[in-house]
Design a protein around this ligand. Structure first.
Ligand SMILES: NC(=O)c1ccc[n+]([C@@H]2O[C@H](COP(=O)([O-])OP(=O)(O)OC[C@H]3O[C@@H](n4cnc5c(N)ncnc54)[C@H](OP(=O)(O)O)[C@@H]3O)[C@@H](O)[C@H]2O)c1
Length: 360
């Protein structure tokens, strides 16, 4: 039998620290081959990829391995090797007694149509694969979005660090309020603490409308409005949920309430361009608390025990919305990785590699 073509996206060139990743420069789609009947599984499983997630933090993995500044945070993708990320697939052969042919699984997959898990590559960042038992009425892709990594961090950080503080808070600011995390935070806050006024920003007018629909009270486009002017007009901010860092954080520092909370969730604005924080002295002058969070790390793992029982009903009744930006086929995979960093995605970026329905 002829080997099967296996389109695979390789990471082939390291961007500079202040350079945007580019589908045509830093990635290459190659037609590898895999014999689906005889390929050695080495005790693992052969997976047909259905969906792949594109995540902002992958930008940290597209770095020069000699850059040790993020070494303890996350390992780099090796040059010449496939990009890997969270994904959903179907088991088509198994050497592993935990998985049967036909199982739908979620875990860390190569950016390719087929992959062997755990596979022979130097995957320094494999997280355990497990079976996905989706709730009826919820598409698989939602388990990469609001029921996946972005939803997990939003829920766990909110429950751990925001829940108590928000009772006495008047105002919260959410940067990147139309991102997957930002949308969850706005909708969850409106549900749990309706007394709080939510200020939110995003980079297009269409996203500004989305934030309004999510329930934010004051919305603005940070590309056309001055953040400092908007926050001084609509502040002070008691709780800042920061998905962006950089200049946005700087402008918010001077508009925080005394003893306010900054929940540092992400720094997407400085992943491809540097910004030196000017107003850090406001942390002690205003007696602020700054809480950084990383999904599943330390205490952040604890609220996961109630995540699905709490959030699945909210997704089913539409209280928590899932907006997706779908990319079709491996040809669009590199674009999915890059769009997050220019704001071209309108929702959770998911690559649809193969529709499960096509398989039946
Ligand atoms: N700590 C954790 O464990 C954890 C887990 C998941 C996510 N996060 C972080 O949470 C944030 C949101 O993640 P997500 O998955 O929800 O993102 P997402 O849905 O993929 O959306 C990313 C959005 O970020 C915005 N953005 C890109 N470059 C920007 C810039 N220079 N300045 C301001 N905004 C910019 C863009 O929207 P605009 O058009 O509005 O610019 C883009 O659409 C990211 O910082 C991510 O790293 C953290």
């Amino acid at each position: 039998m002829q080997p099967t073509k296996n389109p695979t996206l390789l990471f082939v060139s390291t961007p500079g620290p202040d350079e945007q990743i580019d589908p045509d420069i830093h990635f290459e789609l190659v037609n590898k081959e895999l014999d689906l009947k005889t390929a050695c599984l080495g005790g693992g499983v052969l997976i047909k990829t259905l969906l792949l997630s594109s995540e902002p933090y992958l930008r940290y993995r597209f770095r020069n391995p000699s850059d040790k500044s993020d070494a303890g945070f996350i390992p780099p993708v090796q040059l010449g090797f496939p990009v890997d990320s969270a994904g959903i697939g179907k088991v088509i052969r198994s050497d592993d007694p935990c998985f049967q042919v036909g199982d739908i699984v979620i875990g860390y997959l190569d950016y390719s149509e087929y992959c062997i898990y755990p596979g022979p590559g130097p995957h320094l960042f494999k997280i355990p694969m497990h079976k996905l038992n989706p709730h009826p009425g919820i598409p698989y892709s939602v388990y990469l979005g609001v029921l996946g990594f972005p939803g997990h961090v939003a829920y766990c950080a909110w429950e751990l660090y925001v829940k108590e503080r928000i009772q006495s808070a008047k105002r919260m600011y959410v940067s990147s309020g139309a991102s997957t995390v930002g949308t969850f935070v706005i909708e969850y806050t409106k549900l749990k603490a309706p007394h709080v006024e939510i200020v939110a920003s995003a980079g297009t007018d269409e996203k500004v409308d989305c934030m309004k629909k999510s329930g934010a009270d004051v919305v603005f486009n940070y590309r056309s409005e001055d953040i400092q002017v908007m926050l001084s007009k609509h502040g002070p901010i008691d709780i800042f949920w920061d998905n962006v860092g950089g200049r946005t954080l700087d402008m918010t520092l001077v508009n925080m309430s005394e003893e306010g909370l900054i929940l540092s969730c992400g720094n997407i604005s400085t992943m491809s361009s540097s910004h030196e924080i000017q107003n850090y002295d406001q942390v002690y002058k205003r007696k602020l608390t700054v809480q950084g969070v990383i999904c599943y790390a330390g205490d952040m793992a604890k609220p996961m025990s109630t995540f699905f029982q709490d959030v699945v009903p909210l997704v089913l009744d539409g209280t928590i919305s899932h907006r997706e930006h779908l990319y079709h086929g491996m040809e669009e995979a590199a674009r999915a990785l890059c769009d997050l960093h220019t704001g071209a995605n309108m929702g959770k970026a998911v690559v649809v590699v193969c529709d499960d329905e096509d398989e039946e």
